[in-house]
Write a protein that binds this ligand. Structure first.
Ligand SMILES: [Zn+2]
Length: 212
């Protein structure tokens, strides 16, 4: 029997087809404290995806912080971030989705390149290049040829979460598996990696948040 609590706090029970209902109920009852704990955690951390309208007051994530959007008339931008908020030119609201996507992509190139250089410098691992993808739910990957792929959505996550994903892929340059040695190397570079890993499990929806 397999129990799973989804990020939106639903319980999934997987059982063999012929298992009697009474047995299933009994097993679930035994696991109740675990289920309730997982559900409480999920409810406290769950962020539903909200559709975007790109109007003033909407919030956008960058490196784990929320920044407010201001739509204002004028001849600038069309999308400017000043460290405190986003400013979108009024006539460009219909392009909001694309402008944000481009902005995130640009930041992903900058930030992730710097972090990869940092960690690859520490391990001495060689990589051929960094590629920024549009993947949803797959934050990073490492090819056999040493190409490191990251989703631009990753720069919405807190710095330590971004660092964990970078460390994970940089360690894959040398360990192409998830062996004990792999996780030991990850832990050396990112001692708090379990927290980042859990964060990704529960917040992955917020990283898709309307900027499809
Ligand atoms: Zn991996």
């Amino acid at each position: 029997m397999g129990l799973q609590v989804t990020p939106d706090a639903n319980l999934i029970v997987r059982v063999p087809q012929k298992m009697p209902l009474g047995t299933i109920h009994e097993m679930v009852r035994q696991k109740l404290p675990w289920i309730l704990r997982k559900q409480r955690f999920a409810r406290e951390n769950y962020l539903p995806a909200t559709p975007r309208t790109f109007t003033s007051g909407e919030k956008f994530l960058y490196l784990g912080e929320e920044y407010e959007l201001f739509v204002i008339p004028g001849d600038y931008g069309p999308l400017v971030f000043d460290g405190k908020g986003f400013f979108l030119r009024e006539g460009c609201v219909s392009l909001g989705k694309w402008l944000f996507r481009d902005w995130y992509r640009e930041k992903a190139v900058e930030f992730l390149s710097a972090r990869v250089r940092h960690y690859a410098g520490m391990t001495g691992a060689r990589y051929s290049r960094i590629n920024i993808s549009n993947a949803k739910g797959r934050w990073g990957s490492c090819s056999a040829k040493g190409v490191l792929n990251f989703s631009w959505r990753l720069v919405m996550a807190p710095r330590e979460v971004v660092d964990y994903v970078v460390v994970h892929e940089v360690v894959h340059l040398e360990e192409m598996n998830h062996s004990k040695r792999f996780w030991q190397k990850v832990k050396t570079l990112a001692p708090d990696f379990l927290r980042a890993k859990r964060w990704l499990e529960f917040h992955h929806r917020s990283l898709h948040n309307g900027v499809e």
